[in-house]
Design a protein around this ligand. Structure first.
Ligand code: SF4
Length: 269
């Protein structure tokens, strides 16, 4: 989407994106008598099961940010309808900011929770413009990951998951976006501890795997959660991670011979 104006961006130290932080290689401890897989091994096993994941940015950073707000608590279909209507009616982000909020609410009503999302989108876009002079956030890709995350999370209502989506999907940075599937699978596999929250899981999972693998790791975990490690009745007997999954014993059902749907639905969120 077009942005208005062209102002200097905050100074961004040019460092390699993938080298911006030190990895913490987690040493798995035995859980209920099972030593869990590391994230790297989980990645390898799911890669064998699901195939190669390619990173293809679908939107620029600002558009991804707005999309992500629209997609909260609704389906991709509804979010897509709301987004398409929004960008058709308001060709620039400044027009979104300047629009009467009631008109914006009506425009994005297909996405649900429009009363909350419309003012949030306006507040976020206004804040971006105040800070950098326009609505282009592509400069974040040149910042160290931790600084880029902090910058985005200082915007009104932007949390770790939205930050992960924008930095990873749009800007190609090694950031995780932990949704309900990734959180559940990570808990069951003991990639994160039992008391870790979803917000805390972002940094832990990012630090547990090589930066160049973060995006695919995200896609593998979310796909595994949708196909196999479902919230209810996971398909443990057909799971490629079952051998060293500490949750298997309590979740597997003897005689369950269900098979997962074939193929990788490479839909990030
Ligand atoms: S064995 Fe069961 S609980 Fe463990 S990852 Fe596989 S499906 Fe999930």
């Amino acid at each position: 989407m077009a942005t208005s104006g062209a102002q200097p961006k905050p100074s961004a130290q040019r460092r390699p994106k993938s080298g911006a932080r030190r990895r913490k290689v987690l040493q798995p401890r035995s859980v209920r008598g099972i030593v869990p897989y590391t994230s790297e091994v989980v990645f390898d096993l799911l890669a064998d099961d699901l195939g190669v994941v390619e990173h293809r940015p679908r939107l620029d950073g600002t558009s991804e940010l707005v999309w992500t707000i629209l997609s909260q608590h609704t389906s991709d279909l509804n979010a897509g309808r709301a987004y398409d209507t929004l960008v058709a009616r308001f060709p620039t982000w400044q027009e979104v900011v300047d629009a009467p909020t009631d008109l914006l609410i009506a425009t994005i009503r297909h996405g649900g929770l429009a009363q909350q999302k419309a003012p949030r989108i306006q507040a976020v876009l206004s804040s971006v413009r105040e800070r950098v002079g326009d609505h282009d956030i592509s400069f974040l890709a040149e910042m160290p990951l931790a600084e880029a995350k902090a910058w985005l999370q200082s915007l009104p209502g932007v949390g770790p998951k939205t930050t992960g989506v924008v930095l990873s999907f749009a800007l190609g940075m090694p950031a995780m976006a932990v949704d309900t599937h990734i959180f559940r699978v990570s808990h069951r596999l003991s990639l994160i501890g039992p008391k870790i929250t979803a917000d805390e899981a972002h940094d832990i999972l990012e630090g547990s795997i090589a930066p160049e693998r973060v995006f695919a790791f995200h896609v593998y975990l979310i796909t595994h959660g949708r196909r196999v490690c479902k919230a209810l009745k996971p398909l443990c007997n057909a799971c490629v991670l079952s051998e060293r999954c500490p949750a298997r014993e309590s979740l597997a059902v003897v005689g369950d011979d269900r098979k997962p749907a074939p193929g990788l639905a490479a839909k990030p969120l």
